[in-house]
Design a protein around this ligand. Structure first.
Ligand SMILES: [Mn+2]
Length: 400
């Protein structure tokens, strides 16, 4: 029998508040301790270990310390890149960790000391299904019953993701005993036609952003799997991880004045914190269109309440709150998403908005001190073409 841990979407560095970073570290520490207790042979990280390719130094240190504890105990760590911790033309911290031997990046089949065969496909932004098929060709497992396939891609049948950004379940290569999924921020358990488990553990901690936090506080599960491979038998246990106590509060501003909204927030908040332990988190979502008054006055009021209830962490999400004179009730994020989709649609081949945003990112890199304009232009061009080529492959008829 071989025991391993399957974890995904840790998004280290995805939170900025000090208190949340402490909770994040607690979640990572808990994972490490559990892996040691359960004597896992190895760990599979199905992408998005970090929230960005180059996370803040403090977060990089926290992650490295924990990875080193695992390595020093003889636990091997395998990973595929996720959509967050990888950049086609920029450095990624994972490369450093791989160079140091803390992480083995799965690039083609690899046999673990335990005899388990591992293979996988990295999560790449843009035209996901195309890059998946390109990478997954000929990845059928040679070791039925003793093998793991790691991937960072949404599966269409989960109904969580549009078809063009996902793969269908049947496109996973056959013959593996366990399919370690990442990318979908929800615990999901499926089976291949051969009956092998296809599991998504969801985030270890929070995922990232207000929507994930909202789901978390509404009770969405977060955690990881401990998996036993025993010949053709596979057993797995989900280990829930919760380091944050809190509540989600929602206040609608529709047809209300800013002072009405502020009063409602105060009442609801006072009622809520009564039942919460100190140090709990309250995510307050205020959305809709005010009949009169300003967003700023609502925010100022929340700031006052923050002082009043300073034993708790109060997070305000007012991105969908608008004022009477606002012509658009669209949030900045919605506007950006819509603009990116429009640009994606204008491409002569099918790409998605994540690809467009990556291309913009690559092309907006600033010129470094000491770099000539000519070198800078060449770098942008090279990076831009590399990004295009990653998605379009042979279809791109541009010569260097
Ligand atoms: Mn993720």
């Amino acid at each position: 029998m071989v025991r391993f841990a399957h974890v995904s979407d840790i998004h280290i560095g995805g939170v900025t508040e000090k208190t949340l970073r402490r909770r994040e570290e607690e979640a990572v520490n808990f994972f490490v301790q559990k892996c040691l207790q359960e004597s896992v042979e190895f760990i599979v990280i199905s992408g998005d270990l970090f929230d960005t390719n180059l996370p803040p130094m403090s977060e990089a240190i926290m992650a490295t310390k924990n990875l080193r504890v695992l390595r020093d105990s003889g636990i091997r760590i395998y990973a595929v890149y996720g959509s967050h911790d990888y950049a086609p033309t920029h450095e990624s911290l994972i490369e450093l960790l791989a160079a140091d031997g803390l992480i083995h990046v799965i690039n083609g089949g690899i046999e673990d000391k335990s005899g388990v065969w591992l293979n996988g496909v990295h999560g790449l932004a843009g035209a996901k299904e195309t890059s998946f098929y390109k990478q997954a060709e000929n990845l059928v497992s040679p070791r039925r019953g003793n093998s793991v396939f790691a991937f960072h891609t949404g599966i269409y049948e989960t109904n969580m993701i549009p078809k063009e950004q996902s793969i269908v379940l049947s496109s996973l290569p056959l013959g593996y005993a366990y399919y370690a999924g990442g990318h979908l921020h929800r615990k999901i358990e499926m089976r291949t036609a051969e009956g092998a488990p296809v599991n998504y553990p969801g985030p270890l901690f929070l995922g990232y952003g207000a929507a994930d936090l909202e789901n978390y506080l509404k009770g969405e599960e977060t955690g990881f799997y401990i998996v036993d491979l025993d010949g053709d038998e596979v057993h797995y246990n989900y280990v829930p991880v919760r380091t944050i106590n809190g509540e989600f509060l929602e206040v609608s501003a529709d047809n209300k004045t800013d002072s009405d909204v502020s009063n409602e927030i105060r009442t609801k908040l006072s009622d809520t914190v009564k039942n919460l332990a100190p140090g709990s988190l309250v995510l307050l979502k205020v959305s809709g269109k005010l009949a009169s008054g300003t967003r700023a006055s609502v925010a100022v009021n929340v700031e006052k309440l923050r002082k009043q209830f300073r034993e708790h962490e109060i997070k305000l999400n007012d991105r969908q709150l608008s004022e009477p004179d606002d012509v658009e009730i669209e949030s900045g994020q919605q506007f950006e998403d819509r603009a990116l989709e429009k640009i994606a649609d204008a491409f002569p081949v099918r790409v998605d908005s994540t690809f467009v945003s990556r291309l913009i990112d690559v092309l907006s890199e600033e010129r470094q001190e000491g770099m000539t304009v000519i070198d800078y232009r060449k770098k942008l061009l090279d990076n831009g073409l590399a990004t295009l080529r990653a998605v379009l492959g042979e279809k791109l008829g541009v010569q260097n």
